[in-house]
Ligand binder design. Structure first.
Ligand code: GLN
Length: 213
């Protein structure tokens, strides 16, 4: 069904959402699969050029030090920042949560603690209610996951484990401590795509206004 801007998925290839998945390191393939299953076109991103013309971006789990170094090495930071500054959405998962925090790219006013759940319970699964994706809990797979230690007033907490924020949102950026690509629950990917569609609609409206003078 078309919305008032006519951006329904049925309108053909040209209008499929193009969602980048940072592919420097980590489990980008599973994210790409999930995006494809939802009808988006996943784009593996390794260069600054590949960041242009995207509707949204996923920074996946992996090793935050390695991903941070790769972003530096490949000169991706200005392009990621430009993406965020133009109001396009980003989903950072696990290591991706760390990469976006204050100490790293600084895209979200929050401090993530690496390997926060400790060695004993390094990996675990829980049923987690996540704000903004509906009432049903999500099966959340945590693997040496971070949590948010501290955050500013603009950061909204969407889910917590033992009172530790594990899904947060600031504007168009959602950070998630677990691995949503490892189950068949695609609601966080769908949320990113809904945010991307909204960003497209806003851009189309602005174009409409400027062409009407
Ligand atoms: N522990 C990893 C880090 O600190 C993150 C783990 C993950 O992404 N699954 O980078």
């Amino acid at each position: 069904m078309a919305d008032r801007h006519g951006l329904s998925p049925q309108r053909g290839e040209a209008e499929r959402l193009r969602i980048g998945v940072l592919a420097s390191q980590g489990d980008f393939g599973a994210h790409a699969e999930m995006l494809r299953s939802l009808g988006a076109e996943p784009i593996e991103v390794r260069t600054a050029e590949e960041l242009s013309g995207l509707d949204g971006l996923i920074i996946p789990g992996g090793e935050s030090t390695t991903i941070t170094k790769a972003i530096e090495r490949d000169g991706l930071e200005p392009a990621i920042r430009a993406h965020a500054d133009s109001g396009l959405p980003i989903l950072g998962t696990c290591a991706g949560m760390i990469v976006c925090d204050r100490e790293h790219l600084g895209l979200v006013d929050a401090a993530a603690r690496r390997n926060a759940f400790g060695r004993q319970i390094a990996s675990f699964e829980v049923e987690l209610k996540v704000g903004g994706i509906g009432p049903d809990p999500m099966r959340a797979v945590f693997i040496r996951a971070p949590w948010i230690d501290e955050h500013g007033a603009e950061v909204e907490v969407l889910a917590s484990v033992d009172d530790r924020p594990v899904v947060v949102r600031q504007g168009q950026i959602v950070l998630c401590a677990f691995h949503p690509e490892l189950t068949d629950d695609s609601r966080l990917h769908a949320l990113l795509m809904a945010m991307a569609t909204a960003a497209r609609n806003r851009a189309a409206e602005v174009r409409g206004i400027s062409s009407r003078g």
